[in-house]
Design a protein around this ligand. Structure first.
Ligand code: FAD
Ligand code: MLT
Ligand code: ZN
Length: 454
């Protein structure tokens, strides 16, 4: 059971009574009823690719893992309603492919798409590489099927774009990390499948204003921008080391942006549009140079490079990850303040900074030196520098977790940075959905703690 009881970064190993693999929603409901009767905790698990330990049981030996991996059917693609209905255990890549076969796009894309599953994407409210155009997982959620903590089945697999009939229950599950129930099915919104793409590698000038550049690119592309990914030279070098055939691209002195326009229309000249936008950005002095992919293989190579960064970090000896986001207007300020915090904390530390700059989301990762103990190093950074970086993000109106969630690893951060009223509301939701506290105990909130008097 080792692959189920350890998180994918191997930071934490728990124990479990059993790994259960139901094949139907009825079986999930049976399992939940039995667990409720025995007071056993349930940890729902999808692809086990998440970063905050939410899919890993604790060490009590009083929890079961419910893996959705056998529930992987594509139930229906509806090209007219532009929706897809799936089992929660369907692998993201397979859902993308099923949509593409019907000429449509499931606009959720992330490096782990070959192994993460829709229930896990909903559980973490995953973001990824095309949020700037299409939003997070919750923005794609039209309908849900889920089993509540007493075995009740919520069956709301409708394809409606509009349905104002009381509380939006499906949205409670987005980002709930298995603490409110087990998602067994979902209806997701699809978009027209892009038939044309223009992908460019923008070498940024030193101190280039990312937010202004983004605004220019969005405006002048008529909002056809789907991706605006920032990468520093160090992150690119790490990715290059992890690839067998890396493209020979370099970063600018201020880093690089991978920008992509996409359109389903045959009537839009995307390359011309991209060239005009890049010329304006060069004229403004924000980019030193740019490279527009001339073929699908060049485009794929750029993407592979971006997606190889986490693997590059892992190969080196891993990283202490900081998945911060700040308002776009403060992104440059965060980069400046954080760089000086790192310098004064320990000038020898190496960083891998990259991420979804179009969403104000940076992965501000501190590399673990090759020759040190990863656990010790992580503990040291997380109790010192990490808090300084999070304080900076918080002071700028940002967050300590933009897209990776809270899970088991970041609960203390939620308590440190979360608004008191918001946490109280979360505890009440948790109690209402899961009065016996059997759904993923120990993840996100400590539900039974007394609420502070206001
Ligand atoms: P799991 O890890 O199995 O579970 C995640 C959480 O959801 C757990 O709390 C679990 O209990 C709960 N859960 C799982 N299934 C269900 C269910 N059926 N019902 C209720 N709760 C459930 N994330 C991003 O947001 N953006 C990225 O760009 C990104 N890139 C990544 C790149 C790599 C290389 C890797 C390894 C990970 C990346 N991730 C990214 C993180 C991860 O892939 C996402 O968080 C993903 O959504 C997790 O899906 P999963 O199926 O693996 O979920
Ligand atoms: C990514 O954007 O690549 C991930 O969210 C961050 C990571 O894997 O470290
Ligand atoms: Zn990311």
């Amino acid at each position: 059971m080792a692959t189920y009881t350890t998180d994918q970064r191997q930071l934490f190993t728990g124990s479990t009574i059993a790994v259960l693999k139901p094949a139907t929603t009825e079986q999930v409901a049976d399992i939940v009823r039995l667990a409720a009767h025995r007071g056993i905790g349930i940890v729902p698990q999808g692809g086990n690719t998440s970063y905050c330990g939410g899919a890993t049981p604790d060490t009590s030996g009083r929890q079961i893992i419910v893996s959705l991996e056998r529930m992987d059917r594509i139930r229906e693609v509806d090209p007219v309603s532009m929706s897809i209905s799936v089992d929660a255990g369907a692998i993201l890549k397979n859902v993308q492919n099923a949509a593409a076969n019907a000429g449509l796009l499931l606009p959720l894309s992330l490096g782990a798409e070959g192994s993460c599953r829709i229930g896990g994407n909903i559980g973490t409210n995953a973001g990824g590489l095309s949020v700037v155009r299409y939003g997070m997982t919750r923005d794609l959620l039209l309908g849900i099927e889920a089993v509540l903590s007493d075995g009740t089945v919520v069956s709301d697999m409708r394809k409606l774009r509009k349905n104002n009939t009381g509380y939006d229950i499906k949205q409670c599950f987005a980002g709930s990390e298995g603490t409110l129930g087990i998602v067994t099915g979902a209806v997701l919104r699809l978009a027209p499948l892009p038939t044309r793409r223009a992908s460019a590698w923008l070498k940024l000038a030193s101190g280039a204003p990312l937010a202004e550049l983004l605004a220019l690119v969005r405006r002048e592309s008529a909002d056809l921008l789907t991706t605006f990914e920032f990468m520093t030279a160090r992150s690119i070098a790490l990715a290059t080391e992890a690839m067998t055939n890396p493209p020979s691209v370099r970063a600018g002195s201020g880093g690089t942006v991978l920008a992509e326009f996409a359109s389903s229309s045959r009537h839009v000249g995307l390359d011309e549009l991209m060239e005009a936008v890049l010329a304006e950005a060069i004229e403004a002095g924000w980019i030193e140079d740019a490279f527009l992919a001339q073929s699908e293989s060049q485009r794929t190579a750029m993407w592979q490079l971006r997606e190889a960064i986490p693997e590059g970090e892992k190969r080196r000896n891993g990283s202490v990850k900081h998945d911060i986001s700040v308002p776009l207007s403060s992104i440059q300020r965060f980069l400046d303040l954080a760089a000086s915090q790192v310098r004064s904390y320990d000038a020898d530390l190496e960083l891998s900074v990259y991420g979804h700059a179009g969403d104000g989301n940076l992965h501000y990762n501190v590399l673990v030196p090759p020759d040190v103990d990863r656990t010790e190093f992580t503990k040291r950074i997380e109790s010192g520098l990490s808090l300084q970086l999070y304080d900076t993000a918080a002071a700028l109106g940002g967050t300590f977790s933009a897209e990776h969630g809270v899970g088991r690893f970041k609960k203390h951060l939620l308590e440190r940075y979360g608004d008191v009223g918001r946490i109280a509301a979360m505890r009440r939701i948790k109690k209402a959905f899961d009065p016996a506290g059997i759904m993923n105990p120990g993840a996100i909130v400590r539900p039974w703690r007394k609420e502070p008097a206001s």
